[in-house]
Design a protein around this ligand. Structure first.
Ligand code: ADP
Ligand code: ZN
Length: 616
């Protein structure tokens, strides 16, 4: 069976091997066993229901929350020569009838619909008549309250097993929390489901956190590193969105603003321009992203901290879906948490929320703040947050591992100074006051408590407040110092704190390196590798060809070929159809549709420049 699947995937999609968990997930579909597959964005979830649908014949119904997402997958499947259609409200009655006939005739492998349609009685009758056996639920976390984009219409699907007894139901999501996972299985009433949870790390993403100082300069540095590439700049407020978009345009970049205050067709136009690669930079509030399947987003820039690590993971997850390198930069300041706290408190006051909303939401923002101030590898911190282990000694794809920041040489001593100050004030004071003491500041509060008499007074006087604040949060992040959860939080010690003070446990502290050095940004491993041997000009030539063709056929460019395929073409530079067919992402259909065009471009480029062909 596996052999057949692999042959079929090679034939239609042009992929040479399966990714982790794909085999198990596909087997569950073929066996008709309910399942839930949790893989990060770009992990390859769609193939897990698409390939079995083709292999077993008949029709598989796919439920998807957004028309844009369905359209994307349907376009992609058709481009690979697989019969797929979507039934949605935009169809004329004739079109719908014709699609339904095709399904009855067994000519359609994948039928995409919305959850609302699934619950329409006529449609249910239709499904039963046709005898459909398999349902795939994309973005399955939309069924859970606990998820970040709960959709009430998804809740209707809790009846799916009652309405269609005997079918198998398969859920797919990138949402990592255990709570959501359990809720999905419960809501969908899955029977003895096979739950597969993949590795949450995204090795092709480089994470960086910078202290927000001179936003314009910092934003520009990121844009300049990604000239001609696609990216999203996330801002907290609409006002910031408009301002930033104007600034970015004034530098000569093509950028469009996007936020919830815009008219819906205006928003649609912005989305389309981005998807069709007419515009590469979107400046947006978090409202932008769901339903955007553009796979070659090369950077995500947050100009301030998102409200939780889940949101951060979701938003940065949109980068590098094609598996190629991408950069995620977060500009962070101590103010960000306070801003969120104020927003959340206001929202709790003005809305009818459950009593645990506020503490929960604030705790999430605190976790995000701690991440931003953290001193451990970003990949490790993110993966650990989602309950997984990170075994690599260094990711070589984050600011900390790439040496954008400097390790504090005498971290243990610095930590001991801070911790003993917390001990001296009897664990009764907050972050700001402790900073004042170790910096030796002469202020009223210090004098009032006679803390200028303490032995720890002024022990770190040569360091800036912001630096010491970061260190305190880095210690909290490493579990050797505790911030209490009271209304006026104070710093407290735990067993580990005493181990550190006795010198029995080590800690790590970091600080930003001096400006001149940090301007030169190191490339991640993925970045270097993915461009190895690639003729960049040829890549660009192929990209413009793809852009023009996409306009002609009115499909998004990535439906024709992914960036990864274009890079491989520009690396291998195949001279005949057989060698072309061996390139990633070129199946039979695409070879027939575009093969001769691609070969002609490569040939003329190589001849003109005297570049060698067939390097692999
Ligand atoms: P997800 O839905 O998990 O975010 P997708 O299904 O969109 O991910 O897949 C991400 C990308 O990886 C797509 O471009 C897809 O064609 C590609 N892909 C999926 N499976 C494989 C595979 N086995 N080998 C190579 N590429 C794959
Ligand atoms: Zn790292």
């Amino acid at each position: 069976m596996l052999d057949d699947l692999q042959k079929l995937i090679q034939k239609h999609w042009g992929f040479a091997s399966l990714r982790p968990l794909q085999e198990e997930a596909m087997q569950a579909v073929l066996d008709g066993r309910d399942s839930l597959l949790v893989l990060p964005t770009g992990g390859g979830k769609s193939l897990c229901f698409q390939a079995p649908a083709v292999l077993r014949g008949g029709t598989t119904v796919v439920i998807s929350p957004l028309i844009a997402l369905m359209k994307d997958q349907v376009d992609g499947l058709q481009a690979c020569g697989i019969p797929a259609v979507q039934l949605d409200s935009s169809l004329s009655p004739e079109e719908r009838y014709s699609y339904e006939c095709d399904v009855r005739d067994g000519a359609i492998r994948l039928l995409y619909i919305s959850p609302e349609r699934l619950m329409m009685p006529e449609f249910q009758t239709f499904i039963k008549q046709v005898g459909i056996k398999t349902f795939a639920i994309d973005e399955a976390h939309c069924i859970s309250h606990w998820g970040h984009d709960f959709r009430p219409e998804y809740r209707m699907m809790s009846r799916i097993k009652d309405v269609f007894p005997g079918v198998s139901v398969h859920g797919y999501t990138a949402t990592a929390t255990e709570q959501v996972r359990k809720d999905i299985c419960k809501q969908l009433a899955l029977r003895d489901p096979l739950v597969l949870v993949g590795n949450f790390d995204r090795p092709n993403l480089t994470y960086r956190v910078l202290r927000r100082q001179d936003v314009d300069r910092q934003v520009r540095a990121v844009l300049d590193r990604h000239k001609g590439e696609a990216g999203i700049i996330y801002c907290l407020r609409r006002l910031d969105v408009d301002e930033t978009a104007e600034t970015v345009k004034s530098w000569g970049y093509k950028a469009l603003a996007y936020h919830a205050g815009m008219h819906s067709d205006q928003r649609r136009r912005v989305q389309d321009a981005f998807i069709n690669e007419e515009c590469d930079i979107i400046v947006a509030t978090i409202a932008f992203g769901m339903g955007i399947d553009r796979s070659n987003i090369r950077f995500i820039l947050h100009t301030s901290m998102p409200k939780s690590i889940e949101h951060y993971q979701q938003e940065t997850g949109r980068a590098g879906r094609d598996g190629l390198e991408a950069e995620c930069v977060l500009l962070h300041s101590g103010q960000d948490f306070l801003t969120w706290e104020a927003i959340l408190k206001k929202s709790a006051r003005e809305n009818d929320v459950s009593p645990d909303f506020l503490p929960n939401a604030i705790a999430h923002a605190e976790d995000m703040d701690a991440y931003a101030r953290g001193a451990v590898c970003r990949h490790k911190a993110l993966v650990n947050y989602f309950g997984q282990k990170y075994i690599e000694p260094s990711c070589m794809a984050c600011d900390l591992c790439l040496g954008d920041v400097e390790k504090v040489g005498d971290a243990l001593i610095v930590a001991q100074k801070i911790l003993s100050c917390v001990a001296r004030v009897k664990e009764r004071f907050g972050v700001n006051h402790v900073i004042s003491i170790v910096r030796g500041e002469d202020n009223e509060r210090v004098r009032q408590y006679q803390h200028d008499q303490l032995s720890t007074f002024g022990l770190l006087k040569e360091h800036a407040r912001t630096v010491i604040r970061d260190w305190i949060f880095q210690l909290i992040g490493q579990g050797v110092l505790v911030k209490s959860e009271d209304e006026y939080p104070v710093l407290k010690l735990n067993l580990a704190s005493w181990e550190v003070m006795k010198g029995k446990q080590s800690v790590q502290l970091v600080q930003p390196v001096r400006k001149e050095r940090s301007e030169k940004v190191k490339q991640s491993k993925a970045d270097v590798k993915s461009w190895e041997g690639v003729e960049k000009d040829l890549f660009e030539a192929l990209r413009s060809w793809r852009f023009e063709l996409a306009k002609q056929i009115q499909k998004p460019p990535y439906v024709i070929f992914s960036d990864e395929t274009l890079r491989q073409l520009a690396r291998v530079r195949p001279s005949d159809p057989e060698k072309l067919r061996a390139v990633y992402g070129i199946g039979d259909r695409k070879l027939t549709s575009y093969g001769h065009l691609v070969l002609a471009i490569i040939k003329s480029y190589c001849e003109e420049r005297g570049v060698e062909m067939d390097t692999a």
